[in-house]
Design a protein around this ligand. Sequence first.
Ligand code: HPA
Length: 274
Amino acid sequence: MKDYYDSVMESVLAINNKTTHRPKIAMILGSGLGGIVDAMEGLEEISYSEIPNFPVSTVEGHKGCLAFGKVNGVEVLLMMGRFHFYEGYSMKEVAYPVFVMKKFGIETLIVTNACGGINKTFEPGDLMLLNDYINFMPSNPMIGVNDERFGPRFPDMSEPYSLELLEIAKKAAADLGIPYQEGVYASFMGPCFETVAEIRMLHTMGADAVGMSTVPETMAANYLGMKVLGIGCITNMATGIQKMKHSHERVLAIANQASEQLSRWLVGFLEKLS
Ligand code: HPA
């Protein structure tokens, strides 16, 4: 069996052969949050199915390709659609694109997601800067024999979301007049939405929002030595806080509405980063 490192390098080689773009910044765009693709010049797309060893996305609202291009002259790589643990992928598959990105030359990763608001001062449609996470998923992409060519056996997670990038994002939001929240993201494996008791527990533990993604990619990116910025879109209030039952359609609808504001913010962030 091909080992993980060789698979990653094979994927990298294929991408290098398919495009001349060499971005240093990548974004993983969550459900309904792909709007920034409209701000890209010289767009070039590579479907996941064209990349050897790449998993294929199954969830509605996710496109399933890597998009290359420039935003205000800055080269970026957009991952349109991510892989979730609840789809049946292993954690190594969920984080696979992040390993590929690292070996492709990506240094900064922006992760976005749709999430449920636990902090009662939040409202659906709010954007939240992630300043930390609580991991409730039952596995981790770095489980197994460690390959030092990627990173250390025991990765430090004292600053999973770069303080430097958080400051830049806050300055960009202030300049653009974009309101935002800030808080701790808790990850559950899904695919069930949480129970009332689970949300009560998460609230007690200090979580501000809950979702079913982002943390595996954040852990892998830190392990690989990348800087990470995380932004969540509060698409609904968490179970028991909102009276309505949850629906994925409503999650997508609110994410789509917030996508334009998020895109403006990301463009402003990229300007300050470069
Ligand atoms: N819980 C988990 N994941 C989510 C939610 C939620 O309330 N909303 C959007 N993604």
